[in-house]
Design a protein around this ligand. Structure first.
Ligand SMILES: Nc1ncnc2c1ncn2[C@@H]1O[C@H](COP(=O)(O)OP(=O)(O)OP(=O)(O)O)[C@@H](O)[C@H]1O
Length: 228
């Protein structure tokens, strides 16, 4: 990768849903750069296209036109399904608003899932899961299931799961949307710290002005376009 090239970028991204009168132009020509070691916050009113944009950048959806670039040269949005899946497993961690934890699994077992998918051996899995749970402050809660944890603790499990396979890109759609404001601030601080510590190219969406102020860059969306 040429230095100065954004690790993740969108170029003239457009995403249209539906056809005819039901057509919705959710994203209408967005350019965005996300650099390693930086947290970019995507903000905007409800329906402005934040989730749609994050799904495009994270390879969870494909643009109607335009491109998603990795390292300036790999066109994520034009790779085969299998290649997208492999790239997601190796390079991208996801954090969800509703945590997305498996209720019958302990914190440890939830965090272990991506390593199992990547075929990491049991002893190495145990080591890596313990280390990341320690880093997010949950070492003492490793055996607990989601319903035995607070919302903030559940989201810490979510962050640990997103990062255990050592991705270099983090996508977090409203990661604090279900949390009270103090807990939201601590989760946001954790995401900021990990972004800087691990050199992640991180993109989060948020409605909260206090949280967006902690980001390195802010992108305001309005009606699917970047507002100057
Ligand atoms: N699968 C879909 N089919 C049809 N329309 C969709 C689909 N996904 C999103 N949309 C529409 O695209 C627009 C942008 O939606 P999106 O969820 O990206 O906005 P958002 O900014 O994330 O909103 P919120 O803050 O409420 O989560 C909305 O008008 C939405 O109804």
């Amino acid at each position: 990768m040429v230095s100065g090239t954004p690790r993740l970028a969108g170029r003239d991204l457009r995403r249209t849903f539906g056809t005819g009168e039901a057509q919705v132009h959710a994203i209408v020509g967005v350019d965005i750069d996300v650099n390693g070691g930086q947290l970019t916050a995507v903000t905007g009113p409800s329906g402005s296209g934040k989730t749609t944009l994050l799904n495009l950048l994270g390879g969870l959806d494909r643009p109607t036109s335009g491109r998603v670039l990795l390292d300036g040269d790999t066109v994520l949005s034009e790779l085969s399904e299998n290649a997208v899946l492999a790239t997601r497993r190796q390079r991208i961690g996801y954090v969800f608003q509703t945590f997305g934890l498996v209720p019958v699994l302990s914190a440890t077992e939830n965090v272990e899932v991506p390593l199992r998918l990547n075929g990491v051996a049991a002893s190495e899995r145990a080591e890596r899961v313990a280390a990341i749970l320690e880093r997010v402050g949950l070492a003492r809660h490793a055996k607990q299931r989601p319903h035995e944890l607070s919302g903030g603790q559940q989201q810490r499990v979510g962050v640990a799961r997103a990062l255990v396979a050592e991705p270099d890109i983090l996508i977090a759609d409203e990661p604090t949307g279900q949390l009270d404001s103090d807990t939201a601030a601590t989760i946001m601080d954790l995401i900021v710290e990990l972004t800087h510590e691990r050199g992640l190219a991180s993109v989060i969406s948020t409605h909260d002005p206090l949280l967006m102020a902690r980001a390195d860059r802010i992108v305001h969306l309005l009606d699917g376009a970047v507002k100057a």
